[in-house]
Design a protein around this ligand. Sequence first.
Ligand code: NAD
Ligand code: DAU
Length: 356
Amino acid sequence: MILITGGAGFIGGNFVHHWCERQAGAEPVVVFDKLTYAGNPHTIAPQLKSGQATLIQADIADREAVRQALAQYQPRAILHFAAESHVDRSIHGPGEFIHTNMVGTFSLLEETRAYWSAMSEADKAAFRFLHVSTDEVYGSLSDTDPAFSETTAYAPNSPYSASKAGSDHLVRAYHHTYGLPTLTTNCSNNYGPYHFPEKLIPLMILNALEGKPLPVYGDGLNIRDWLFVRDHCEAICQVLEKGRSGEVYNVGGINEIKNIDVVNTICAILDELRPRADGKPYASLITYVTDRPGHDRRYAIDPRKIQSEIGWTPAETFASGIRKTVQWFLDNTEWIDTVRSGGYRDWIAQNYGGRA
Ligand code: NAD
Ligand code: DAU
């Protein structure tokens, strides 16, 4: 049994699918998720229905709920995906980010430490706490800086990345001080099925299909290093199996792309798969809007450690992954309807309403 926090979110949900397919259902999972606006049980409905996954709806900062889950399910590993994850939301309201990413991770670590301390020596040695983190903790690169490695100094620039950096430091300290067998992965931008449509790629696909403006922040030349979500999930599986306790592994696909090129690629695929009724190209909807405050210019991951030590490399190119992603959004309108609540519409008005 493994316990997955945030397993009803974008990456955690994809991980539940990936794990259950990879293990052919041999080792069930417990999903521990608060079900915030970003958590959606529909994402893992097949696994919940088949009994491969069990869902506990609770906050990672609720220590009693964490304690009960650990006592009841006795996991051999905890995979910690739960977080507030959207940079723009952290600019509008940082409080939730401190609560979940820092206080929540602290609570989870404290309860994990108590649970782990009571194990037999053999079980203690085999146990793993795998913390899923982000490349954003390393800050922003210029066009000529080398990519982020595991030894790059932390320099977070947004409330989101600062709260993730804080959680990374706590995980590091629990290994160093208490000997808790931790693993940390710092990954670049993910994309793929079940991506919540507040993030660049799903937002652009859905706005385009509705004939709405495609809001590109600033000059559109910011660079992200895109990785198909299933490649990230497989990296996590392999780090769990083969990673050395206490180590950090950067995960990325060497796929640096400017935002405007990402948006143009999506438009071109939609022109082919779902041409507009008026015959115009989707790219005519592109609208440059006021930049994100403190917008990091470039992220890039140096994946040499995970490639050489673990043997992981991504299976998808951006060309193959983005085509699958666009097709998935065209084919899964029911899932899209489940996430675009009134709260989602309020967020869109809050984030985009005030931008020139
Ligand atoms: P997401 O926002 O889609 O999902 C987060 C999940 O966590 C949701 O299911 C939500 O309900 C749950 N959650 C939030 N607060 C919680 C709490 N207090 N207690 C329990 N559950 C809670 O996020 P994501 O994009 O899937 O990211 C997952 C993890 O991966 C995060 O830690 C994020 O920092 C990291 N990460 C994301 C990316 C990316 O591109 N999306 C890249 C690298 C790392
Ligand atoms: O690098 C990993 C990080 O990637 C994760 O840790 C975060 O959880 C995840 O949200 C993502 O952060 P970004 O800020 O890079 O992703 P987002 O999709 O919000 O934005 C990607 C780029 O697109 C960024 O440069 C901002 C820009 N953008 C975004 C939105 C939502 C736009 O130009 N317009 C938009 O409407």
